[in-house]
Design a protein. Structure first.
Lengths: 203, 252
């Protein structure tokens, strides 16, 4: 069973349905026992980092998620959920992340050329970095996924497993051992997105 | 490189797609769910569901079909029509919409944009503006293009972006339905005024019109149309291929 962590941010309907569409058993939950019993954890997130991180810390689930990930349970963060895997965020102040993957969240305005629109919104092609990640088992390089974001994962080093070109290469996905994060929305990326979720379910 | 988006728009009344639709291979051509799935499979980058229902029963049917669509179609969904309050945002977002477009509701109460953007983020709030030239000036029309508000369109659009609209759909009443091409002059004026994504609507009659649009105005991010897709005059696969061979970034 996949546990989608419900800590009070965002709309989890499409995410829930997309796992169902690939035949995976999935549950939206904030229950510690259920998250512990799940064989995979999905960390969603939309909105501002500080607000979401505070909600996650207040829920008391952040320690559990960190422990489970450190013990080897596959964990996937999506969008803001990916950003929360990193060490810190500089979105409206400085906020602590889960620190499961090195890197920090910074505004894309610092790196993209002037004249490009913010947020980076729409379909963009994945460029794989390093050895092809198991998350992309069913995806070809150059296939497009759907992005909506104004902040990005910076200084993630060799944990960047894919980038997307927006004047400069932006972090599209990160991965380290059993912990993965997608800046884009697989649940809104058509067949390509479902194939990424399928690969996660098979990890 | 971010691709230029192609967006079919479905008008839904009492849970059914209106305007005659003529597709082979679709069991139920006026089922919004089936049509949405068909477009998604053809390569549509996003879908707009426009609720033109007037009754409360129709509104319930609309949210039912929205939920059913979001269960089967995994591309971004924008919902418009009858959005007058934050609770309308809440209602459609819970059913699987990703973005919500406001038009007359924002004209009546512009702070709806501020409130919704604060709650759901700028990326969630789309301003849809029906614009028509009146004595050489771009004016905003309300109530489905029937009523001249007297407001100058470019300053209205700028105000909405300042309030938090994250995307603009510009529907030119002057070119709508004519099938003579998009309103490049109007779209250019909007692109020069705002830095958020601009979606062109009104006037597409063939593939060449989309190519001209994206070549002439690099600031336009997406093209939206309804009947030319519904009647099969423009097939999305062919449009995408033509864009790609014209050097316009497109998702195939």
């Amino acid at each position: 069973m996949i546990a989608i962590v419900d800590y009070g941010v965002g709309n989890l309907y499409s995410l829930h349905r997309s796992f169902e569409a690939i035949g995976a058993e999935v549950k939206i939950t904030a229950d510690e026992k259920e998250i512990k019993a799940a064989d995979r954890i999905l960390l969603p997130g939309v909105g501002a980092f500080g607000d979401a991180a505070n909600k996650l810390y207040a829920s008391g689930l952040s320690e559990l998620i960190t422990e489970e990930a450190k013990e080897g349970k596959p964990l996937l963060g999506i969008c803001l959920g990916m950003q929360m895997l990193l060490e810190k965020s500089l979105e409206y102040g400085e906020h602590r992340g889960l620190g499961l993957i090195e890197g920090e969240v910074r505004p894309i305005s610092e790196v993209i050329p002037k004249g490009l629109k913010i947020p980076h919104i729409g379909w963009n092609a994945l460029q794989f970095q390093g050895e092809k990640s198991p998350l992309f088992k069913y995806v070809e390089e150059g296939e497009c996924v759907y992005f909506v974001h104004s902040y990005h994962g910076a200084n993630c080093g060799k944990n960047v497993i894919a980038t997307a070109e927006y004047g400069v290469p932006l972090t599209a996905a990160v991965g380290k051992d059993n912990v993965f994060g997608c800046q884009f929305h697989p649940e809104k990326s058509g067949k390509v997105g479902l194939n990424i979720l399928r690969a996660f379910v098979e990890l | 490189m971010i691709t230029k988006r192609i967006i079919p728009c479905l008008d839904v009344k009492d849970g059914r797609v209106v305007k005659g639709i003529n597709f082979k291979g679709l069991a139920d051509v006026s089922s919004p769910v089936e049509l949405a799935k068909f477009y998604s499979d053809c390569g549509a980058d996003e879908l707009v569901f426009y609720d033109i229902t007037a009754s409360a029963e129709g509104r319930t049917l609309f949210t039912d079909i929205l939920r059913e669509t979001a269960r089967k179609v995994f591309i971004p969904l924008t919902v418009g029509g009858g959005i007058n309050s934050v609770s309308d945002f809440d209602r459609v977002l819970k059913c699987g919409a990703d973005k919500v477009s406001v038009n007359s509701g924002a004209i009546r109460n512009p702070s709806l944009i501020d409130e919704a953007a604060k709650l759901y983020g700028d990326q969630c709030v789309v301003l849809s503006a029906d614009v028509k030239r009146v004595d050489g000036v771009f004016r905003v029309f309300a109530k489905g293009g029937r009523e001249n508000t007297g407001m100058e369109a470019i300053s209205w659009i700028k105000e909405c972006v300042e309030r938090g609209a994250g995307e603009i759909v510009v529907n030119s009443i002057d070119t709508d339905g004519v099938k003579g091409g998009f309103d490049l002059e109007m779209l250019d004026a909007v692109c020069k005024a705002v830095s958020v994504p601009v979606i062109a609507s009104g006037g597409a009659g063939n593939i060449e019109h989309f190519i001209t649009l994206f070549n002439a105005l690099p600031g336009v991010d997406a093209g939206l149309a309804a009947s030319i897709f519904h009647f099969g005059e423009v097939k999305i696969e062919n449009l995408k291929k033509a864009m790609k061979s014209a050097g316009i970034p497109a998702r195939l």
